[in-house]
Design a protein around this ligand. Structure first.
Ligand code: PMP
Ligand code: GLU
Length: 402
């Protein structure tokens, strides 16, 4: 139909590779295949009961109407209190915007700040939606590759080298999806110094801030100094820490003028995030935090198990990886297996083919590193139970053994 011509911005837009991989695994499951699915980065726990109860209470109290487009004052205040409590960071409710998930927050930031001619620096490996959302805003992603040896952390020198007169923003993700890497505080501070020196805005996506494991730490990017805070746009939300992916609540903390512009945009495109979810998120932030720790402990057990199983793969199969200090992903380089016979005699040439063959031969679903700007790598989400992890790792091992 000739009338149906998509806008230029959408002609090249691909679906989110993580969601597409999860959908493919679900499709196979629906056909009766016992797929061991490690695609999606979402906690397998149900949202804690105090939060669910708060949502029911909000509904019964009649909070079923539109709210202010940028979020209810109670939630903005709860966000401010949480950052004061957890990081000693002082911010005011007019610096906070509540959106329909952190993904929406990132889109709103990029759509409000960037356009044609602007460059956005993105360290690779990066989360699938970063480059897509930058391009959707009409700006140009400038990808800077980091190495496994550096723990996939961007150095101050690399950042300096990537800045041009067109640079609008640096997008940081700490802890990182897909690598699980966490920045040492000193390295983060060296990036913050560059931001101040070059007057660079930093979008710091801290959605995995509460999922930090032994030996690693977390530092909120804005917390180094008032000069750094003035240039930082924090994005986070309740999805990962409180097992609330389906509720769709994220937030941005940033300069008042940017928040106002983003609110205007949001009021035109979505109106408010779900009223009931907002009241639930107030309880998440203000209520007892013990469930966050209980879930973190479970994720840490899984991380430890996955690493114990994978370490021997280094000498056995030539697989390489940096151990994750946060989030719930194992990210490993499988290029040593390319062009060699794997289970069933199958041979693959890249990570995407590896994932396809692994799904077909061993019924294990992973996400290809190609989607994260990291050829040769694959991502395994360990946000799932130990039994499934054991079965999955056994199957991957057999597949690699050929
Ligand atoms: N940032 C990163 C790095 C993520 O992995 C995700 C995954 N969902 C998001 C943002 C978005 O989270 P949500 O929209 O569920 O709040
Ligand atoms: N962030 C999760 C992931 O990377 C959820 C999927 C998505 O939002 O893309 O798997």
């Amino acid at each position: 139909m000739s009338a149906l011509r998509l806008s230029p911005a959408l002609q090249n837009l691909k679906p989110s590779a993580t969601l597409a991989a999860a959908a493919k695994a679900k499709e196979l499951k629906a056909k009766g295949v016992n797929v061991l699915d490690f695609t999606l980065g979402e906690p397998d726990f149900i949202t804690p009961v105090n939060i669910r109860d708060a949502a029911i209470a909000a509904m019964n109290a009649g909070h079923t109407h539109y709210t202010a487009s940028g979020g209810i004052p109670e939630l903005k205040q709860a966000v401010c209190n949480a950052y004061q409590r957890d990081y000693g960071l002082a911010c005011k409710p007019n610096q906070v915007l509540i959106s329909c998930g952190a993904k929406h927050s990132i889109h709103n930031v990029l759509a409000s700040l960037c356009g044609p001619g602007d460059e956005v620096i993105i360290p690779a490996p990066y989360w699938v939606s970063y480059s897509a959302l930058v391009e959707l805003a009409g700006a140009t992603p400038v990808i800077v590759n980091t190495t496994e040896e550096s723990g996939f952390c961007l150095s101050a020198e690399q950042l300096m080298g990537a800045i041009t007169p067109k640079t609008k923003l640096l997008m940081l993700n700490n802890p990182s999806n897909p690598t699980g890497s966490t920045y040492p505080a000193a390295q983060l501070e060296s990036l913050a110094r560059v931001a101040v020196e070059k007057d660079l805005l930093v979008l710091s996506d801290e959605i995995y801030e509460k999922l930090i494991y032994a030996g690693s730490g977390f530092r909120c990017f804005a917390s180094f100094s008032p000069e750094v805070a003035a240039r930082t746009i924090i994005v986070s939300g309740v999805s990962k820490a409180y097992a609330m992916t389906g509720w769709r609540i994220g937030w941005t903390i940033g300069p008042v003028d940017l928040i106002k512009a983003m609110d205007n945009l949001q009021s035109q495109e979505t109106s408010n995030p779900c009223s009931i979810s907002q009241f639930a998120a107030v309880e998440a932030l203000n209520g007892p935090q013990s469930s966050v720790e209980a879930m973190r402990v479970e994720f840490e057990k899984r991380r430890n198990y996955v690493m114990e199983r994978m370490r021997p793969w280094r000498s056995k199969f030539g697989i390489t990886f940096a151990e994750p200090g946060g989030a719930f992903y194992a990210f490993f380089n499988v290029s040593s297996s390319f062009k060699k016979p794997l289970a069933g005699g199958v041979k693959v040439e890249n990570a995407t083919e590896f994932c396809t063959a692994l799904l077909e031969q061993a019924h294990v679903a992973l996400v290809t590193g190609d989607a994260f700007g990291a050829p040769g790598y694959v991502r395994l989400s360990f946000a799932t139970n130990l039994e499934l992890l054991k079965a999955g790792l056994d199957a991957i091992e057999n597949f690699l053994a050929g």
